[in-house]
Design a protein around this ligand. Structure first.
Ligand SMILES: Nc1ncnc2c1ncn2[C@@H]1O[C@H](COP(=O)(O)OP(=O)(O)OP(=O)(O)O)[C@@H](O)[C@H]1O
Ligand SMILES: [Mg+2]
Length: 259
């Protein structure tokens, strides 16, 4: 089941560089939260702090708490690998394993987790995940062919199938459509709308129309200048952010007056 996320007083560092400062944000389960803001304001950094991917970079660290249904993901006895299983991630560029078949790509995350799985269960999981990702009909006759033989939009849906095959509760998507054509983009947006009945989804996007189309809530990040940390300026219902934000900086950004 989808989970509620509460980030509190988050400071996110690369070595001594404070990249994101003082973020407090609640993310509702079974909803889509969009994060927008100018390049370099820390959207990806914040996103990676939600599944403990940030700290894999040498010197990178996080202060503050990220609670999932009340349990701090940064607690002393929490296994980061378990967190990453619970909180899946999809990246900007579709990154299927090029030499693996479509079916093996779907199973890659499951295999990584060392889960023993019978051949029949594996086949079922492949079908179920690909159906969920809206890709089954397009690939069911070529499951043994390489994942790299798919179109960009299909590859991205394959990556989403791979992410959901491990049955996460939360899906983080970092600009998942930026490498895609408009038709594939709409396919992914439709998919996001379907997935939100089961998952908590956080999506970073530079596309305002996309944020407006897919999300329930939108958070605007900004930074005061180069070398300054990014901050969450405001977060609210998407309709409010795009019609009557409370902060001038948000208004300027969404209306394209950002300089
Ligand atoms: N691996 C890293 N090491 C050091 N600094 C980094 C690293 N990754 C990002 N940063 C810095 O952290 C800040 C936030 O970067 P981040 O990638 O989170 O921004 P973003 O909002 O996702 O930008 P974009 O919209 O361009 O993707 C930037 O100043 C960036 O240079
Ligand atoms: Mg980014």
């Amino acid at each position: 089941m989808a989970q509620r996320i509460d980030a509190k007083d988050l400071n996110i560092y690369y070595g001594s560089f404070l990249a994101v400062s003082d973020v407090t944000m609640s993310i509702d389960p079974q909803s889509v939260t969009a994060l927008i803001g100018p390049s370099g304001c820390g959207k990806s950094t914040f996103l990676r702090s939600l599944n403990r991917m940030h700290e894999v970079i040498p010197g990178a660290r996080v202060e503050g708490t990220v609670a999932m249904d009340g349990v701090d993901l940064y607690g002393a006895d929490v296994d980061p690998v378990a967190v990453r299983r619970q909180v899946g991630m999809v990246f900007q560029r579709p990154n299927p394993f090029p030499t693996m078949s479509i079916a093996e790509n779907v199973l890659a995350g499951v295999r990584l987790n060392n889960k023993r799985i019978s051949k029949g269960d594996a086949q079922d999981l492949v079908e179920q995940s690909l159906r969920h990702a809206n890709l089954w009909n397009e690939v069911k006759d070529r499951l043994a062919k390489p994942g790299s033989g798919l179109s960009g939009g299909q590859q991205q849906r394959l990556c989403i199938a791979r992410a959901i095959a491990v049955k996460p509760q939360v899906l983080l998507m970092d600009e998942p459509c930026s490498a895609l054509d408009p038709i594939s983009t709409l396919a992914i947006e439709d998919l996001i709308a379907q997935l939100k009945s089961e998952y908590t989804i956080v999506i970073v996007t530079h596309n305002m129309q996309q944020a407006a189309r897919v999300s329930d809530r939108t958070g605007f990040f900004n930074l005061a200048g180069v070398g300054q940390p990014g901050r969450l300026v405001e977060i609210d219902a998407t309709s409010t952010i795009f019609s009557s934000p409370t902060q001038q900086a948000t208004e300027d950004y969404i209306s394209g007056r950002f300089g």
